[in-house]
Design a binder for this molecule. Structure first.
Ligand code: NAP
Length: 276
């Protein structure tokens, strides 16, 4: 195998990542002889991993929790919107230079566009971590009003300094704020397997003409989405965003459009298998 035939996702933990499945499906569909693997990289080994990657072991790599911010200072250049957000989920090697990208922003936007052609007028984003930053950035690019609510006000304030024009709302006021919104985003881990019975919003207002509830959690029928549907909201789960951010990473590495259906199919199979 030559140096350009390997890709990876790095994180800690990383075994749960669906990226190997979805990228392998796209690689196979395109007939490329490339292998994509998950690599557990603890924080203390991140700098060493990046130094090796620069010397040409990999064509590129994805970055997941907890390294999306820490990897930024180890790279040679950042493309928009990674530079503004200070978070990278995709790295492309060009010779010995490593360039960081953030494809979560485009992934969020494309997933939203699949359920609603209309631009959200006012959105509430719950949580203020990396995924919330990407969602807020995408929504501001669309021209939506964006309110952020997080249990730690200092984290929400930090996000509002990174993404221009975002308002912050106290965590205790999130239900009241939700009443004036046509998009509500769960960007917390509430609803994931270890928090399967929890939702960041217990009281849902009745949906207006158009109301979209977007849960970034994927692979589970979450209490957040169940509550939303009961109140008449249109639901979107995190799988489509996962596929779309992966498809953009694939395009950056290979200059080719990924086979979205193959990627969706690979993720859905994995989710059905792990749920059973
Ligand atoms: P993160 O950086 O750790 O941020 C998580 C946010 O949720 C933080 O604001 C955190 O606050 C908050 N939070 C955690 N536990 C909470 C609780 N019990 N009650 C209220 N707030 C809580 O994580 P992330 O990378 O943004 O990921 C967030 C979610 O999005 C995860 O479920 C992840 O799998 C999903 N995600 C999906 C995609 C996709 O493509 N679909 C992409 C990225 C992420 P504290 O800091 O106070 O804990």
């Amino acid at each position: 195998m030559t140096s350009s035939e390997l890709l990876a996702v790095i994180g800690d933990p990383v075994a749960h990542s669906l990226s190997p499945r979805l990228q392998t499906a796209a690689i196979a569909s395109a007939g490329l002889g490339v292998r994509y693997v998950a690599m557990r990289v603890p924080a203390e080994r991140l700098a060493g991993f990046v130094a090796n990657a620069r010397m040409g072991e990999l064509r590129g790599f994805n970055v997941t929790i907890p390294h999306k911010e820490a990897v930024v200072s180890l790279l040679d250049a950042l493309e928009r919107p990674a530079a503004e957000l200070g978070a990278v989920n995709t790295v492309v090697r060009a010779g010995s230079r490593l360039v960081g990208h953030n494809t979560d922003v485009l992934g969020f936007r494309r997933a939203l566009e699949r359920v609603s052609a209309a631009r959200p007028r006012r959105a509430l984003v719950l949580g203020a971590g990396g995924a919330a930053r990407a969602a807020a950035y995408a929504l501001r690019e669309l021209g939506s009003e964006v309110a952020i609510s997080a249990r730690r006000p200092d984290q929400a304030d930090r996000l509002s300094r990174v993404v221009q024009g975002v308002q912050t709302v106290p965590w205790d006021s999130r239900s009241v704020c939700a009443e004036g919104c046509d998009l509500i985003v769960n960007a917390t881990p509430l609803g994931m397997s270890h928090l399967a019975d929890e939702s960041p919003l217990s009281q849902w207002p009745r949906a207006r003409d158009v109301g979209v509830a977007f849960d970034l959690v994927y692979g589970h029928d979450t209490p957040f989405l169940r509550g939303a549907v009961m109140a008449g909201w249109t639901r979107v789960d995190g799988l489509e965003m996962l596929v779309q951010q992966g498809a953009e990473a694939f395009r950056l590495w290979f200059g080719l459009e990924a086979d979205l259906d193959a990627m969706r199919c690979a993720c859905t199979e994995e989710v059905s298998c792990s749920a059973s």
